[in-house]
Every structure is written in structure tokens, then in C-alpha cells.
Design a protein. Structure first.
Length: 105
């Protein structure tokens, strides 16, 4: 079964169960600020709904860990923080590769 068919079935099921009734912004045009790509719009919709993709969570964690590392002094403490940063960067790379393979790009 194609992904588009599966997605369509899930949408129809949600409509039949009333899960799509009274959604915030229903009947209003999508805000296409930024580059207007489907990914950007999708991420914004998810963020508005309080859902953040794992890849975005990891990007934020890498940024935060980088700041922590910059402020860390002492050789042993820096080693611990570098290990944490490397782990987060590896996880982020895995998520990005999974997305690229899924979308075929």
C-alpha cells in the first residue's frame, strides 16, 4: 500500500470519528510565511499543535549542549560535555538520514 493511500485512509477515519471538527484555524487559509515549503508549513502546524519532531528537538539539544560546552572549564568536565554533544550530534544525524531515506531526497 502506498503512503498516500494510507494517509488518505487515516484522514477519512479521523473525519468519520469527528477528530477534525472544531480545529483551531479551521476554514482559514494556511499561513505560508518563510519559504512556503510543505516541510516548513508542516513543521509550523505541528509546532502550533504542541508537537515537535524528534529532529527539531535534537537540533535544539545540540545547540544547548554546545553552549554548555563553551562555558565548561576543567578537562574532565569538558570531556563529559563533549561526549554528550557527540551523542546528540550522532542521534541528530541518524534522524536526518532517516528523514532523507523516507522522503527519497
Amino acid at each position: 500500500m502506498k503512503f498516500s493511500d494510507l494517509a488518505e485512509r487515516q484522514i477519512l477515519k479521523a473525519q468519520a470519528e469527528g477528530q477534525l471538527d472544531n480545529l483551531k484555524g479551521a476554514g482559514k487559509p494556511l499561513n505560508i510565511e518563510g519559504d512556503g515549503s510543505a516541510d516548513a508549513i508542516g513543521f509550523r502546524i505541528m509546532a502550533d499543535a504542541g508537537v515537535v519532531p524528534r529532529e527539531i528537538q535534537l537540533r535544539k539539544a545540540v545547540e544547548a549542549q554546545s553552549l554548555i560546552l563553551q562555558e565548561t572549564t576543567g578537562e574532565e568536565a569538558r570531556k563529559r560535555e563533549v561526549i554528550k554533544l557527540n551523542d546528540l550530534q550522532l542521534r541528530l544525524s541518524i534522524e536526518q538520514e532517516a528523514r532523507r531515506r523516507f522522503y527519497g531526497s
